[in-house]
Design a protein around this ligand. Structure first.
Ligand code: PLP
Length: 415
């Protein structure tokens, strides 16, 4: 039995149209890049790829920061690496929360010993920036953390004023842009963001497992203050420099050592994830070939078409429309409709995946992603068509045929 399985084995996966908020579909060019042969991690051909990734990341992050490089791990690895560097026990951290991923900052900050101060607003809205600024003045935190695009509610927090206020008040601003990076303009430097976490499996559209981050010299200073090179590779100078420091508490998420690895020194830390580095290279190239403005416009138009289609179908959009993300559209599940049953029908009959949500919104909304390679007209029209059919199958009443027509109107107006 085992023998026959082994001899006939070939991994296969069903074809899918992924319209969830990630992981989304990947451009075949990225998949091809990932199948390239291995290179050694100090091979000049590989370090060239690492350097090019840094250069492309600076462009995509819209920053002049020297430090723009990926952490190996999923997106929260970027958050954890930054908080591990910035938070020492007892440091104050202010976390405005408007969805699940604000709470993730609390989770990680707590584990590094932060004294956490939170503020919250109801899910489906965002904060008035002045409210955050007055809380900063009250709390005097070392670090403010904010989610830019809150995937769980589909809302996008304005950041321009908060960033400037943080800079004036001597506070560090760390932003989670996992769900908006490469889909929405985030001018890191102009908005005075000190550290930014991007995402891979969303609008950049490469597989999950690597996370681009960038940070400025204000963050770098904090990193260097706590620098310790691990004992097996430290030079005498490294050992002397580390004396009297409280080092960063994580070895894996140690930005001090990662900086040495991502610099001329190329001091070995971990073994870089070769194929993910290829994927990042190809993914960033695709973003720059398309052009940032064109890419942001593509995300805007597809989200508009999707929203128009949803409303024309007779469904309600969830949340404050003035701060809707153009990468995740939230739809209120109609009364007496089983949210998961509709998703299952959509997957079973159309091979289309959409998502539910978390916490108090579980079963109450669907979340439909328009991200990266999945953010396309054919996919939007397919999800509208499939959703209508699935809703009818599950006993809901909808305006027959109106959704795709309204979406096509938006595409015609924008063509
Ligand atoms: C806004 C946001 N932050 C953080 C994360 C965590 O990312 P990961 O699951 O890649 O660790 C996600 C994941 O969906 C997210 O949407």
């Amino acid at each position: 039995m085992t023998q026959s399985l082994v001899s006939s084995y070939a991994l296969s996966v069903p074809p899918r149209t992924i319209m969830s908020p990630g992981p989304v579909e990947v451009d075949p060019r990225v998949l091809r890049a990932m199948s390239l042969p291995m290179l050694g991690q100090f091979d000049p051909a590989f370090t060239r790829i690492m350097n090019e990734n840094m250069a492309m990341l600076r462009d995509v992050f819209q920053t002049k920061n020297h430090w723009a490089y990926p952490i190996d791990g999923t997106s929260r690895a970027g958050t954890e690496a930054l908080l591990a560097a910035l938070i020492e026990p007892g440091d104050k951290m202010l976390v405005p929360i408007f969805g699940r991923f604000g709470d993730l900052f609390v989770e990680i900050g707590e584990r590094y010993g932060a004294e956490i101060h939170t503020m919250s607003c109801s899910w489906g809205t965002v904060f008035d920036q002045d409210e955050i600024i007055s809380e900063i003045k009250k709390v005097h935190p070392k670090v403010v953390t904010l989610v830019h695009g809150e995937t769980s509610t589909g809302r996008m927090q304005p950041l321009d004023k908060v960033g400037k206020a943080c800079r004036e008040l001597g506070v560090l601003l760390v932003v989670d842009a996992v769900a908006t990076f490469c889909g929405v303009s985030i001018p890191t430097d102009a908005w005075c963001i000190d550290a930014l976490i991007g995402g891979a499996q969303k609008c950049l559209s490469i597989p999950s497992g690597i996370v681009p981050i960038t940070y400025n010299s204000r963050v770098e200073q904090q990193v260097l203050k706590r620098k310790k090179v691990e004992r097996g590779i430290a030079s005498d100078e490294d050992r002397r420099a580390a004396e009297g420091h409280v080092p960063i508490r994580s070895n894996y998420f140690d930005l001090g050592q990662l900086q040495d690895y991502w610099s001329e020194r190329r001091l070995n830390h971990h073994t870089e994830a070769t194929s993910m580095e290829y994927a990042l290279h190809e993914g960033l190239h695709l973003v720059l070939e398309e052009g940032l403005e064109n890419r942001f416009a593509r995300h805007r138009v597809n989200a508009q078409a999707l929203a128009a289609g949803i409303e024309a179908m007779g469904l309600e959009l969830f949340g404050d429309p003035s701060c809707a993300m153009p990468t995740v559209t939230c739809v209120t599940v109609p009364e007496n409709v089983d949210a998961d049953e509709v998703r299952s029908v959509l997957l079973k009959h159309f091979g289309i995946e959409i998502a539910g949500s978390f916490g108090s919104l579980q079963g109450k909304i669907w979340r439909i992603g328009t991200m990266g390679y999945s953010c396309r007209q054919d996919h939007v029209l397919a999800v509208l068509t499939g959703l209508e059919a699935a809703l009818i199958r599950c006993g809901a009443s909808v305006n027959h045929g109106k959704g795709p027509q309204a979406a096509m109107d938006v595409y015609d107006q924008n063509s």
